[in-house]
Design a protein. Structure first.
Ligand SMILES: Cc1cc2nc3c(=O)[nH]c(=O)nc-3n(C[C@H](O)[C@H](O)[C@H](O)COP(=O)(O)O)c2cc1C
Length: 369
């Protein structure tokens, strides 16, 4: 049995997610911090994810009957108490020595579902042993498809309840802040679940040749066919993560995906993409309720969760916010971040006259119908 991580104290004076940031920063190396908070290139998408939530205003409703209110929902076969999940974040041992084990414990304490990254720094089996809460596995389809199949089998055997295939990062974004910081994984932190995979043949850069096209990385980049292949080899529901274009959303629904995650990877892949909140209504129109829509990117308040739900999401995922909690206070910090956001969501619902998630609708966003 894997020993459970020790609980730590919550730093004083923390009233909201943003209050965690300085505590987290203090506990991480400058380059690990740059890896965590940075985005691609000029970070305009990263900034816009946050700004989009600030741009819109709520419409309240008074004197509604709030008795019997709750935030429960069913999502792809999971019965959840509230619509906030933990997004896949790689290498969490950069933030805290117990990494993903502490996150799993925090999620379990709060009954939140956790999506475990392919690039987790703890084995997917050990995380499953530590977790009481439901787990989904985030899959990067690897160039070695046999290895990918084995990874899927391992996730199934360990009890993961769905696969979230990330499709927006066939190559890493150019994360300049991270590059400038000289970030490299420290000894002892690695993508343990990918150990034993046949490496890519080294890309032989010929003088004058293209740096990326023709390289093994793009020759093996997953396509729609690989999505179908993945669906054919697993009995688990497959969700796609990283959809920003309504026509891609329609295509994914036509291929029978179990859900769509509207995401720009937290602004870490293609700088210049819009904020996720800004594309959500068009994607919701394309999907027409055929599958659940989730959104991530820029959620820092429970009222942000509310805004995403009002504009068409069934649930949201958070990335950096829980890692701030993890870095600052381990499992307790993760649980506390979830608690803060859940409480803020409930307060927002009460003050807008919404006893349940179903009551959250576009008319509660000023200027929307
Ligand atoms: C440090 C870091 C590592 C990440 N690693 C992964 C990953 O391994 N797989 C993945 O699909 N997304 C990854 N993401 C993206 C998150 O799942 C999520 O889309 C994003 O963090 C949401 O934005 P937010 O941080 O503003 O909440 C990562 C994000 C961060 C910040």
């Amino acid at each position: 049995m894997t020993p459970l991580p020790k609980l730590q104290q919550i730093p004083a004076e923390i009233a909201c997610v943003a209050d965690y940031e300085p505590f987290a920063r203090e506990r991480m190396t400058p380059s690990a911090w740059a890896y965590l908070v940075g985005g691609a290139a000029d970070e305009s998408t990263l900034a816009d994810n946050l700004a989009a939530f600030r741009r819109i205003r709520l419409q309240n409703r008074v004197l509604e009957d709030l008795r019997g209110g709750h935030t429960r929902l069913d999502l792809c076969g999971l019965a959840l108490d509230y619509p906030i999940l933990l997004a896949p974040v790689a290498f969490q041992r950069l933030a805290h020595p117990e990494g993903e084990l502490a996150t799993a414990l925090g999620a379990s304490a709060m009954g939140a579902a956790m999506v475990v990254s392919t690039q987790a720094s703890v084995s997917l089996e050990a995380i499953a042993q530590a977790a009481q809460a439901p787990l989904w596995f985030q899959l990067y389809i690897q160039p070695d498809r046999d290895f990918t199949r084995d990874l899927v089998r391992r996730a199934e055997a360990a009890g993961y309840r769905a696969l979230v295939v990330t499709v927006d990062a066939p190559v890493n974004g150019l994360r300049n802040r991270e590059q400038r910081s000289g970030f490299a994984l420290p000894d002892g932190v690695e993508a343990v679940n990918l150990k034993g995979m046949r490496g890519l043949p080294p890309s032989i850069a010929q003088p004058g040749s293209s740096p990326l096209f023709g390289s093994p990385l793009l020759e093996h980049a997953p396509t729609w066919k690989d999505l179908e292949w993945l669906q054919s080899i697993t009995h688990l529901p497959v969700l796609v993560k990283g959809v920003m274009n309504p026509s891609d959303a329609s295509r994914a629904v036509e291929r029978g995906v179990a859900g769509i995650l509207v995401s720009n990877h937290g602004g870490r892949t293609l700088d210049g993409l819009p904020a996720t909140l800004d594309v959500l209504p068009a994607i919701a129109r394309a999907v027409q309720g055929r599958v659940p829509l989730l959104l991530d990117g820029g959620i820092r308040r429970g009222s942000d969760v509310f805004k995403a739900l009002a504009l068409g999401a069934s649930a949201v995922m958070i990335g950096r916010p829980y890692v701030f909690g993890l870095a600052a206070a381990g499992a307790t910090g993760v649980a506390h971040v979830l608690h803060l956001l859940r409480t803020e969501l409930e307060v927002t619902m009460a003050l807008t006259g919404c006893p349940t998630l179903d009551a959250i609708e576009a008319s509660l966003i000023l200027g929307s119908s």
